[in-house]
Design a protein. Structure first.
Length: 231
């Protein structure tokens, strides 16, 4: 019997799949995870300690990429500083994927470490700021936290996530359909629901067949239209 792979280390997506499902510009996931060279300057990976030759992205790496995808101005921030934030948090939390866990967001001690990390990296206020004595997360981080399902039985790791806040019925679970977008509370793929409607089936009928609401079906159709499904 082979070694048991943890949820965070589970290979789920390829780089192009991460770009598609998170709405990133082509090649962004690879740059964040494997680094890149531009005009003769080498930029080390942000979300990995070092380059990997594997074509696969782990669930933990995907979750952290989802966090950064919420920060639409991320390319305006120097890559070395972003990398430094992750390095500091990796060391302080003693986790390979510190930003794919509840600790930096929902626990007071964790938020203090997050604050110190952003200060040490020269990015004050990026993840949040202190207001009247309270450590408040930035809106883009709050959005990420709201989209994540934290599994307290597994030390608060993110067990599932909603990839797009405009479509709350769509869910990503590494244990369901190979991580493809599924309907929340079901194992049916979003692409299956959308495909039936495109084929001419009435949304009300599709909703009844799969125990969904018509709004669920509309969300599936619109999400699938905007995001190419993970193949």
């Amino acid at each position: 019997m082979g070694d048991v792979v943890s949820l965070m280390d589970r290979p789920v997506y390829t780089y192009p799949q991460v770009d598609r499902v998170l709405g990133l510009t082509k090649g962004t996931a690879s740059r964040w995870l494997n680094g890149y060279r531009r005009e003769g300057v080498w930029y080390a990976p942000i979300l990995r300690a070092e380059q990997k030759t594997s074509r696969w992205v782990t669930w933990g790496e995907f979750v952290e990429a989802r966090l950064f995808a919420g920060y639409r101005d991320v390319n305006r921030i120097p890559v070395p500083q972003l990398r430094r934030v992750v390095e500091v948090l990796r060391e302080r939390f003693d986790r390979t994927y510190p930003l794919a866990n509840a600790a930096p967001y929902v626990r007071a001690a964790g938020r203090r470490m997050l604050w110190k990390a952003q200060e040490e990296a020269g990015l004050p206020g990026m993840f949040g700021e202190e207001v009247t004595g309270q450590l408040l997360l930035a809106p883009w981080v709050e959005q990420f936290v709201a989209s994540a399902q934290f599994d307290e039985e597994h030390e608060g790791d993110v067990a599932a996530i909603r990839p797009d806040p405009d479509f709350p019925v769509v869910r990503l679970d590494p244990y369901l359909r190979g991580g493809e977008p599924v309907m929340d509370g079901h194992s049916v793929r979003v692409s299956t629901i959308a495909g039936l409607v495109r084929a001419g089936e009435h949304p009300a009928d599709v909703a009844e067949w799969y125990d969904l609401t018509e709004d669920d079906v509309r969300q599936a159709v619109n999400y699938d239209r905007l995001h190419a499904r993970i193949a």
